[in-house]
Design a protein around this ligand. Sequence first.
Ligand code: DAT
Ligand code: MG
Length: 142
Amino acid sequence: MTSQTERSLVLVKPDGFRRGLTGEVLRRIEAKGYTLAALAVLTPTREQLAAHYAEHEGKPFYEPLVEFMSSGPIAAVVIEGQGCIPGFRSLAGATNPTDAAPGTIRGDLSRDWGTAVQQNIVHGSDSPESATREIGIWFPNL
Ligand code: DAT
Ligand code: MG
């Protein structure tokens, strides 16, 4: 890893995993040129989700978010490459799938299902500090 290389934590959320879209998400990451540094399939515990989503505790969508994220298996992925933190956020698109542009993961593959929490296929770290913290939650041995 060069000094400029960065890593980001990507989650294929239960909606994406359940719908068989993990391969499509990984395809877009690899087609962009980022590499996979770690990959795991697991059902998140509440403890992992409380740590991962600590910044959202107390918000109206927090409980539905934790409920949704623990509803089934996810794919946790560490990706690598210069600029991959903002780069993956661009690939993912806007948080709300209705607003996400066509061509993005959320714009192409999701929609508003009328649920209390947005089901938007993927999570991606939003800063180098978040990436380091989040990778430690999902891959403590990395
Ligand atoms: P992002 O996943 O784009 O970083 P976030 O960190 O603000 O977005 O929120 C975490 C997740 O919570 C997001 O992916 C979907 C859900 N969410 C965010 N804001 C919401 C809202 N106002 N109503 C319903 N769900 C929301
Ligand atoms: Mg976020």
